[in-house]
Design a binder for this molecule. Structure first.
Ligand SMILES: *Cc1c(COP(=O)(O)O)cnc(C)c1O
Length: 371
């Protein structure tokens, strides 16, 4: 959805002499992000993928280390581990939510475990108490990939505020976007200075710009992970309208939830039903009764002009997953969830008619007649 100030903000950047990172819109968007998430330190980055890579580097993950990761997640989290030379230990999910199963995380912790990496699927929180307890008990940092769960509140806590480090995505498939972009949220304050250096090509340029040092130099390994001001200009406008974007997404989500209940009950389909209604209205999923029905429903909806999709193919059995990871046992829940899941279209600009068409398409699906 296009928000009100994107064009005028972009024009301001074009007419200024500051289009690289860390300008006025980066500062403004960063402030908005801090206030939305309650996290004290945030750095805008070129992507969530890059923020995950920064997290690996900040935690000193490297050869000989292991990092625990759910198999049902986006490849970026796995790349960020494997690129360092560390090994991934893939674990299974809770089939109710698609989130990591804390029991399996606990079993996977070993002498070489350097970090736990979790993802809140659809912005539905992982079992925060269990994951935090495992991390604290073993003294292992938690990385939260919060690409789906921007500003989701869980009681007194906020997603993105639980792990030592967490990441956001502003890719244009996410709730708030700037084409391509991301952020690293830093809850462990001891990592802030190092994070600034990694993001600025391994230099202490951030300190120089604040007048803390009189020249800047190469002080550590780093790369260029700064978001450009063009992207920040769009992001700032999007974050400004976060509440209304969320309200529109939630309206679609709520209609699916209410109007598909009866059909689902009759068809042996499970509809997304997060505990305490906590989610980010990022996606809405159905869990079909068997593997065949996934392709059948997707094909049926396509005939209605409705684009429904599956989601993550389990990483542990993927070609790169086999090379860079290991499992303690077959991850049957990840495979089953992946093969039965269907996501319905959900974007903030959807009209009531478009939502009605999706619902009509779904409720006209009958397993026996679909083929
Ligand atoms: C989109 C996404 C990413 C990658 O985000 P980019 O900003 O495109 O790098 C990582 N993890 C999850 C869970 C995502 O949904």
């Amino acid at each position: 959805m296009k928000t009100a100030r994107e064009l005028s903000n972009l024009e301001r950047v074009l007419n200024s002499d500051h289009a690289h990172g860390d300008g006025v819109f980066t500062r403004s968007a960063t402030r908005r992000l801090r206030s939305l998430t309650g996290v004290g330190h945030a750095l805008l980055t070129t992507s969530c993928t890059h923020a995950l890579e920064m997290a690996s580097q900040l935690l000193g993950i490297g050869p000989g280390d292991e990092v625990i990761l759910p198999s049902f997640t986006f490849p970026s989290a796995a790349n960020a581990i494997a690129m360092t030379g560390a090994r991934i230990v893939f674990v299974d999910i809770d089939p109710e939510t698609g989130n990591v199963d804390p029991q399996q995380v606990a079993e996977a912790v070993g002498p070489n475990t350097k970090a736990l990496s979790v993802m809140h699927y659809g912005g539905v929180p992982v079992d925060l108490d269990a994951i935090s307890a495992i991390g604290a008990f073993h003294g292992i940092p938690v990385i939260e990939d919060n690409a789906h769960g921007l500003a989701v509140r869980v009681g007194e806590r906020m997603l993105g505020g639980i792990g030592s480090l967490s990441t956001q995505s502003f890719h244009d498939t996410k709730n708030v976007h700037c084409g391509e972009g991301g952020a690293l949220l830093i809850n462990d304050a001891s990592l802030v200075e190092k994070a600034e250096i990694i993001r600025e090509k391994g230099t202490n340029r951030s300190q120089f710009l604040r007048g803390e040092v009189d020249k800047y130099s190469w002080v550590a390994l780093g790369s260029s992970y700064l978001m450009s001001e063009f992207n920040a200009a769009v992001l700032d406008s999007q974050l400004d309208e976060f509440e209304s974007i969320q309200a529109r997404r939630l309206a679609v989500w709520t209609r699916y939830s209410a109007e598909l209940q009866e059909w689902a009950g009759e068809s042996g389909v499970r509809v997304m039903n997060p505990a305490q209604g906590i989610h980010a209205a990022h996606l809405f999923f159905l869990v079909m009764p068997d593997w065949e029905s996934q392709a059948l429903l997707i094909a049926h909806l396509r005939r209605f002009g409705v684009m429904a999709t599956f989601h993550y193919v389990p990483l542990d059995s993927s070609p790169a997953g086999r090379r860079f990871g290991r499992v303690l046992r077959p991850l049957t829940q990840s495979e089953d969830f992946s093969r039965r899941l269907v996501r319905l279209p959900l974007w903030p600009g959807m009209t009531d008619d478009e939502v009605s068409r999706v619902i009509a398409g779904v409720t006209s699906y009958e397993r026996s007649t679909a083929s």
